[in-house]
Design a protein around this ligand. Structure first.
Ligand SMILES: CC(C)(COP(=O)(O)OP(=O)(O)OC[C@H]1O[C@@H](n2cnc3c(N)ncnc32)[C@H](O)[C@@H]1OP(=O)(O)O)[C@@H](O)C(=O)NCCC(=O)NCCS
Length: 152
């Protein structure tokens, strides 16, 4: 049976769960072992500073167990006088996948963006080899951009 899911903004009490999800996600998608203290402090920095971004978490049924998350960070578009919302740290517990958890997180994000009023769109990075995540994003209407990403 598909569990009932509710989505809310993350709070300080969610810190360790989110950091744990981030470590598991890095391991699963990039075979990277994050430093646990950096991972914890990195999440704490967002929770303490709304200017950096915000997390949404998805809770399951009555247990209120967190089974999914995403982070939004902001990129100011001076061309449009609006923000682009970047989706990062998208993760759903393996046992809760393919039951619409991410879809509900994304729906909530859409509602928040509409009510915020100054959001011109969403963007995200995905590893080239992460075929499953690319399918998920395409299923909700995301398309590849004309841009490539450089870094130094
Ligand atoms: C990617 C991820 C967040 C998707 O979460 P989810 O809760 O399972 O996604 P949903 O159940 O909401 O599915 C959304 C859509 O994608 C489809 N989908 C889900 N998993 C899929 C898969 N592995 N392959 C193809 N399509 C898939 C669903 O059928 C659904 O399509 P529909 O609306 O047409 O039915 C989850 O698989 C995950 O955490 N993966 C590991 C971490 C990761 O890769 N994060 C993204 C890094 S950029």
């Amino acid at each position: 049976m598909v569990p009932r899911i509710s989505v809310r903004r993350a709070e300080t009490r969610d810190l360790s769960r989110i950091a744990d999800f981030n470590m598991r996600m890095a391991e699963e998608t990039e075979r990277k072992k994050l430093n646990a203290e950096d991972a914890l402090k990195g999440v704490e920095a967002v929770l303490n500073d709304p200017g950096k971004g915000f997390y949404l978490v998805a809770e399951k049924g009555n247990s209120r167990e967190i089974v999914g998350q995403l982070l939004v960070t902001f990129e100011w578009s001076d061309w449009r006088n609006k923000n682009v919302w970047w989706m990062q740290s998208v993760f759903v517990e393996p046992e809760a996948r393919n039951q619409g958890v991410f879809t509900q997180l994304y729906r909530k994000l859409g509602d928040l963006a509409d009510s915020e009023g100054r959001v011109c769109g969403f963007r995200l990075y995905v590893k080239k080899s992460n075929v499953a995540a690319k399918r998920v994003y395409e299923s909700i209407g995301f398309r590849m951009t004309l841009y490539e990403i450089y870094e130094k």
